[in-house]
Design a protein around this ligand. Structure first.
Ligand code: ADP
Ligand code: MG
Length: 311
């Protein structure tokens, strides 16, 4: 269980976290979704007890990360952004070494059991230096699991992996997350949607939205943005589109194209096409614009109140 309340982190004059608050419960995989520089790693380092916040509190597995950081570290497994692995050790020796550091009895047996959890039991005596990026990431995960922590904090666990490796590590995380609290960060929207029970969207040190992947998805596809191109001058075109009922957020682009949005339940593209042609424009193109993560953030931050779960 993780309870975060009003976390602030300043790096000198720079505020990296600006009053972050959220909870994560046992058996829950919570996604921390945000672009680079949003504050994901900073939050995770505070939650693992490696760095104190400037202000605010965080209780992890029942202990305060500042007052009781040793207790927290006993109960938290951490996969950092870059895992320092000993490449000249075999998988089992490395994990036995990590188990010994934590004074775990029967450390070799524990090492083998942990390799099984990440599906690397067949490579126990292989040298980490010879492992693929995906296998190394699973060793990193094993290292985070060696003491069977009740809370797992995984910083971009799939970054740099190929699609097959991503699938493997996702399966492992889903499996080990069943009876633990997992907080994982990612900057990939689809990943958060596929892996997580709940998603927190963080942007510029603030949580701008919190919801289930399903709700986020329906909110994101709740409206469709369309780009429209005509031959020649598009002066006067936005005004024509504006008049079509259901077409909103009409915007002229510097390249002469015009964008607008409609609610998915109310597809006004035919009406817009008709209006454009009737106004004498030669319609060359009308196609949907995919919403990038950046645009989703803009969308979500535009009306902050409805961005948060209202219940
Ligand atoms: N050690 C540091 N010193 C100064 N600024 C930092 C440090 N670590 C991170 N930052 C800044 O804090 C912000 C959040 O960074 P970070 O937590 O690494 O974001 P994320 O993991 O989401 O990419 C960024 O603006 C980053 O430049
Ligand atoms: Mg990071």
């Amino acid at each position: 269980m993780i309870q975060v309340n009003g976390l602030i982190k300043d790096y000198g004059a720079r505020r990296a976290l600006d009053k972050i608050s959220f909870d994560a419960n046992q058996g829950e995989i919570v996604g921390f979704l945000g672009p680079n520089g949003a504050g994901k790693t900073t939050t995770m380092r505070i939650l693992t007890g490696y760095m104190p916040p400037t202000d605010g509190t965080a209780i992890v597995a029942g202990y305060d990360v500042v007052e009781e950081s040793l207790e927290v570290r006993k109960r938290v497994g951490y996969l950092p952004e870059t895992v320092p692995l000993y490449t000249d050790m075999t998988a089992v020796d490395y994990l036995k070494f990590m188990a010994d550091l934590r004074h775990i009895p029967d450390s070799e047996e524990r090492a083998y059991e942990t390799l099984e959890m990440v599906d690397l039991q067949d490579r126990a005596t292989g040298y980490i230096g010879n492992f693929s990026k995906g296998m190394r990431q699973r060793i990193g995960l094993a290292q985070a699991l060696i003491h069977r922590p009740e809370v797992l904090i995984l910083d971009e666990p799939t970054i740099g992996l190929d699609p097959a490796q991503v699938v493997e590590i996702r399966n492992v995380i889903r499996d080990i997350g069943k009876d633990r609290t997992v907080l994982l960060s990612t900057h990939i929207l689809s990943e958060a949607q596929q892996m997580c029970d709940r998603v927190l969207i963080i942007n510029k040190g603030q949580i701008v939205a919190e919801d289930t992947p399903e709700n986020l998805q329906s909110r994101l596809v709740g409206s469709q943005r369309v780009v429209l191109r005509v031959r020649g001058d598009s002066d006067g075109l936005p005004a024509k589109i504006q008049k079509v009922k259901g077409a909103r957020d009409v915007e002229s682009k510097p390249d002469g194209s015009v964008e607008f949005e409609f609610s998915t339940g109310q597809d006004v593209r035919p009406q817009v096409a008709k209006a454009v042609i009737q106004a004498g424009f030669d319609l060359l193109e009308m196609r949907p614009v995919g919403m990038s993560l950046e645009e989703i953030f803009l969308e979500l931050t535009r009306d902050n109140a409805s961005g948060k779960k209202s219940s």
